[in-house]
Ligand binder design. Structure first.
Ligand code: GDP
Length: 367
């Protein structure tokens, strides 16, 4: 029986039919004596980390492995999808290891967001989800903001131990690590295959300065994320590309806002008041009367109410209604993976609609 070859870099079993997944290498590489997977190849030759994803079982195996090691766990989440990009149960796997929580994509937040309010909210939310991080930081891996501070924090909290970076796909983990590599090493190609001894955890090892390493773990796919309900072309529209510009709507009770065809917000009850939408600038918002809202969706989902575009609308799940009685002024109704709507006045009833599994929650306004 032929043995399945493994990558000389990360030790993953080589496969040739699923690009983007662990251990992928082109068919032609099978002829070589030493096979290196595409992910390690790119890291070695271009100092560039490629995102890979893997199955839930593989991920559990990796998480279990983390508990057996000693080191600092750096967990990366997407600020815009804090709940959707959470790795549930991580704290149960990591044993006594500290977790540093880093929220990425800070460049997308409107300038008016107060950093301390954001950090406080993330700390509280983490606690609710069962995690007590040693610290919470925000960065923009894309722009480089906060990356130096994050590297300093990593160095402080790792206390001379290894570092394991975890996160679900699309949080910007690769972008972050690529930044770290560049800042730590300049442009030089310090990463050679000899630095990656085969490991059973399918991690990529990046040497730190003192015989310790930073390990990149493959990103898990969090199936309940809004992003997974959309095709690539539509996804581009929901992912903000630039700083979000708040859009203000004065609404009467019994009016509805559609966010494309992705989500819906009803002002059910209360005095006329203003609502500030913090969602990707390119996403169209459509206002209508509550009494007409259902019919409008039926007739215009996929055209006027898009994305999702007509081509992909059949794949988009039905919306689920969540009603909230908002007592305090300046409360955010958060649609995980999409953004949020700030309810500016107190004592109103609103309803927020999102696909099943996509979290909708309230928080005190960040502004
Ligand atoms: P990974 O799957 O977690 O490794 O994520 P990637 O590093 O491949 O990034 C996923 C997407 O998020 C890409 O489209 C990146 O351009 C984008 N991205 C990553 N970091 C940032 C950031 O700091 N700000 C913004 N706006 N986008 C980012």
């Amino acid at each position: 029986m032929n043995e399945i070859p493994t990558c000389i870099g990360c030790g993953a079993q080589i496969q040739t039919d699923r690009p983007g997944e662990l251990g992928y290498a082109p068919q032609s590489s099978l002829d070589k004596e030493e096979i290196i997977c595409q992910r390690c190849f790119r890291l070695k030759n271009y100092n560039e980390l490629q995102p890979v994803s893997l199955s839930d079982d593989d991920f559990l195996r990796i998480l279990n492995g983390l508990g057996e090691r000693k080191g600092l766990i750096v967990k990366i989440v997407d600020i815009f999808d804090f709940n959707g990009s959470w790795l549930p149960g991580l704290h149960r796997f990591v044993g006594n290891n500290d977790i540093l929580l880093i929220a990425n994509k800070a460049d997308l937040l409107p300038k008016s967001v107060k950093q301390h309010k954001l950090i406080n909210w993330m700390k509280q939310e983490a606690k609710k989800l069962g995690l007590k991080p040693i610290d919470v930081l925000t960065v923009s891996a894309h722009k480089g903001t906060g990356v130096t501070e994050a590297m300093e924090a990593i160095d402080k909290y790792r206390k001379g131990k290894d570092v394991y970076v975890v996160g679900c796909t699309n949080v910007g983990k690769s972008t972050f690590i690529n930044r770290v590599i560049k800042q730590a090493t300049g442009q030089s190609d310090i990463i050679t295959t000899s630095h990656f001894p085969g490991t059973t955890l399918d991690m990529i090892e990046i040497p730190l300065d003192d015989k310790r390493s930073l390990y990149d773990t493959p990103g898990i796919i969090n199936h309940h994320q809004l992003a997974h309900h959309l095709h690539t072309s539509d996804l581009k529209m929901i992912m903000p590309k630039k700083e979000i510009k708040p859009r203000v709507f004065q609404l009467n009770p019994e009016q509805t806002l559609y966010i494309g065809g992705l989500a819906r917000f009803d002002f059910v009850q209360g005095d006329r008041s203003s609502f500030t939408v913090h969602i990707a600038n390119d996403l169209p918002i459509h206002r209508t009367k509550l009494e007409n809202a259902d019919a409008l969706y039926e007739q215009h989902f996929g055209d006027m109410l898009a994305p999702p575009s007509a081509e992909f609308k059949e794949d988009y799940p039905e919306l689920v209604r969540h009603e909230f009685r908002v007592k305090d002024s300046k409360t955010d109704v958060v649609f995980s993976g999409l953004g949020w709507i700030t309810v500016q006045h107190p004592n109103v009833v609103v309803a927020a609609y999102a696909p099943k599994g996509v979290e909708v929650l309230l928080r005190p306004s960040l502004i």
